[in-house]
Write a protein that binds this ligand. Structure first.
Ligand SMILES: Cc1cc2nc3c(=O)[nH]c(=O)nc-3n(C[C@H](O)[C@H](O)[C@H](O)COP(=O)(O)OP(=O)(O)OC[C@H]3O[C@@H](n4cnc5c(N)ncnc54)[C@H](O)[C@@H]3O)c2cc1C
Length: 424
């Protein structure tokens, strides 16, 4: 078995793991991220939703956070504190702005949610969003065209525009007749084509006559992977109006940009990412129930690798990524490090609610932690992201905000111990 040694090993390459790893590397720690695969970045919208519903729609996330923290002491935001949430958002915006995608920035903040159309034409509250999304903010939309492309069968401009009209907006569908070979019909294929200036010029020339006279044009989020800022600006210039991206079905192009930005920042700070390294075992110095984790063993190409470290961040995504699962006796287990769980439904209480959109009792299950996000079952493991207990991110619209803020906070906790220099 190969052996590697780091100051900190981070398990999981979603937003939480990449943020924790980057912050630690920036503070001077030797860091490696090991992950079975990509995280939710490649599926979700690429926005940082801090708090969208509590339970009514939240206009001002900072005010909503204060109320949530007062009412729910077990919630991850209560452990992190609203000050660290603000600091994490600021750090993220700055990191992106100086990142590997020139000109690409995030706009917004914790003061006020933007209200952005989804592919279904539902308005979704988000705190921090790619600048190429911002012209879609419903607070400022005027006469807007929603542009579909015949080749992209998963995005229905008619449905999106109809639902936006039902919400009181002046939205109209237009469809660009464009058929491509099968390999290119997804969001990713179109994004790669739009990175090509010549192909983009032809695309815009065919779209421009359809969107003349509109104030804004909403396109599915396909505006480039390599140079998305330049692609977006070029489209605005060629179409002669404000252009905004609407998150489409996975794979998520803006989410892939988010991954590249965070992984790029981590590498720039000296850290490494190993994708395709699922953790299948670990060693401890205090038996299964406590003590310290000494190493994790991952299935890597060629032969397994043992990753040793002084400390670990568990950012494995919790229930929705399969890192916490029920066995055939309906007992829940944390599968990566065998850590104790919190937020479980009590004996005899239902595990699931009948309605799909009901609050599911299992949604709040996560790894049991103390006030500093330290796992109760292992003294050198800090937990971040969707592995934390106490939240209902799908209902709250808080998944990415929790991932970012807890990754940021977990790094501060460990850096202080390792004697590295980031602020808590
Ligand atoms: C389709 C979809 C849409 C979403 N939409 C939104 C939205 O609009 N707004 C919002 O706020 N949130 C949304 N979310 C939720 C949000 O994306 C997540 O809550 C958040 O990204 C969780 O980040 P994370 O880093 O904690 O975990 P994840 O991103 O799930 O990452 C988990 C990581 O752990 C790794 N891993 C798991 N097990 C192991 C193992 N044994 N060994 C090694 N690695 C392992 C995985 O491979 C992955 O890299 C959405 C999620 C999905 C799936």
């Amino acid at each position: 078995m190969r052996r590697r040694r780091y100051d900190v090993v981070v398990i999981g390459a979603g937003t939480a793991g990449l943020v924790a790893a980057t912050r630690l590397a920036q503070a001077g720690a030797g860091v490696c991220v090991v992950a079975r695969g990509f995280g939710s970045t490649h599926l979700a919208a690429g926005t940082i939703d801090v708090l969208g519903y509590a339970p009514e729609r939240v206009e001002r996330p900072l005010d909503g956070l204060s109320r949530l923290i007062a009412a729910q002491p077990e919630h991850p935001y209560s452990r992190i504190g609203s000050g660290a949430v603000s600091a994490a958002l600021e750090w993220f915006a700055t990191t992106v702005a100086s990142g590997v995608l020139p000109g690409y920035t995030y706009v917004g903040g914790i003061e006020r949610n933007l209200l952005l159309p989804t592919a279904l034409g539902v308005l979704k509250p988000s705190a921090l969003v790619p600048a190429s999304f911002a012209a879609g903010d419903a607070h400022a939309l005027r006469r807007v065209a929603v542009a579909g492309i015949t080749a992209l069968r998963d995005f229905h401009a008619g449905l999106c525009a109809e639902n936006l009209r039902a919400a009181g907006l002046d939205a109209h569908p237009v469809t660009l007749a464009l058929e491509l070979d099968r390999a290119d019909t997804g969001t990713l294929g179109l994004a790669r084509r739009l990175d090509d200036a010549q192909w983009r010029a032809g695309f815009c020339a065919r779209l421009a006559p359809l969107v003349g006279g509109f104030d804004q044009v909403g396109l599915p989020a396909i505006l480039g992977l390599r140079e998305p800022h330049a692609v977006w600006r070029d489209c605005e210039q060629r179409l002669g109006c404000a252009v905004f991206e609407i998150p489409a079905l996975p794979p998520s192009v803006p989410g892939m940009r988010l991954f590249e930005l965070l992984a790029g920042a981590l590498r720039a700070a000296g850290g490494t990412v190993a994708i395709g390294a699922g953790v299948v075992g670990h060693r401890r110095d205090g038996g299964r129930a406590g003590g310290r984790v000494l190493s994790v063993q991952a299935d890597t190409a060629g032969s397994p690798t043992s990753y040793e470290a002084d400390a670990f961040v568990l950012a494995s995504g919790g229930v929705h990524s399969g890192a916490i699962a029920l066995d055939s006796h309906w007992q829940a287990h944390e599968l990566v490090l065998g850590l104790p769980l919190a937020g479980l439904p009590g004996p005899g209480e239902p595990r699931f609610a009948p309605g799909y959109f009901d609050e599911q009792p299992f949604a709040r299950v996560g790894v049991a932690v103390d006030e500093r996000l330290r796992a109760l079952g292992a003294s050198n493991v800090v937990v971040a992201g969707a592995s934390l207990p106490g939240a209902v991110p799908w209902r709250e619209g808080s998944g990415e905000g929790i991932a970012l803020a807890s990754g940021y906070h977990a790094a501060a906790v460990l850096a202080a111990e390792l004697g590295a220099g980031v602020a808590a």
